[in-house]
Write a protein that binds this ligand. Sequence first.
Ligand code: GDP
Ligand code: MN
Length: 393
Amino acid sequence: MLPLSKNLTPEKEATLKIHEYQAKELFKKYGIPVPKEKVCHNLDEVQKAAQEIGIPCVIKAQVMVGGRGKAGGIKIAKSQEQVKEFGQAILGMEIKGLEVKKVLVSEAVAIGSEAYLGIIVDRTQKQVVVMACKEGGVEIEEIARQRPEAINKVYADPVLGLLPHRARKVGLFLYSEPKVAFECASIAEKLYKLFIELDASLVEINPLVLDKSGKLVALDAKINFDDNGLYRHPDIEAMRDRSSEDENELLARERDLSYVRLNGNIGCVVNGAGLAMATMDLVKYYGAEPANFLDIGGSSSPQKVMNALEILLKDKNVKVIFFNIFGGITRCDDVANGILAAKEKLNIQQPIVARLTGTNEDKAMGILKEAGLIFASSMEQGAKKAIEVLKGV
Ligand code: GDP
Ligand code: MN
């Protein structure tokens, strides 16, 4: 039996990510407590914001990666001089390849304890799950791998939502003091409401802080949205920060192609999301890694294939191209013409393995006869051949 699709983690799916400051604005709307803070674009704004908010304050780089603290992108300023010093240092610095263009100036919180609270879709359970962990501020993925028992999972009912007693279970897992536990339960309920109403695919408070005065506050915020739900939320779509998205994925969206970049070497060009997933599974099953998910869609035109190959080839890790086309509405001859045109125009050096079956496949074979492709008659064979070729290059 073939393995279930494991290529696309929630993180990698067609996702809109927003900055911490934007996520916190949404938290505020839902009544989730956040520190007083202000987003700034230059040193002048930083210094003004620090005066308003008060010293000490925290200056936080707004880039969409975790571990900003470790990278020097989060600093507590204890004087106006330090505000200037840290503001200067953090604005414009580079964290994991991303330039810091904005910083958040935030009220410094006296931390009592840090916890983790997050919500995602658990696909195997087909339910939304609220995850809580007493160790906050650290990478939850690490804990999930090493000590999964440290993470408490509470499921939301698909119809009834996050029931109050389950929300209280979350609170009581994290905090023994009843008042704090119930406050936490209320935060979990609000977070769940946000998750559902905004079509999020992930929300995280890491850390959720119990401050020295006994109040809970979301010190960090992360929200990812399911791309497919965005048409319902133009205000969230408007939060998109193009400068921090994968250039290829943006280009693909403009061209009406679904493309997700992965880390392997076999570039896949497929029609239909299901077939694209199956193709990646096969590549993995036979021992290689796909370079991408790419769905060229149901209808086809040579131009669409050109567009797709152009995007695919920007990824220098692509060593072999594997076409897996099942022609229904998509016509194989359209695809074949696209391949020919692209080979010429884009000067494609990588070997192409093609499995083209269905509507007009004979025509397609005629068109590609002289094109130097490697043909396969089934997708299994195609995947195997692509891997063989990969080993040869
Ligand atoms: P990340 O490293 O990118 O996840 O950024 P976070 O916003 O989670 O901050 C990382 C760590 O910085 C937190 O876990 C805290 O320990 C610390 N930190 C952030 N804000 C404050 C604050 O207001 N006061 C104190 N004392 N520490 C803070
Ligand atoms: Mn964090």
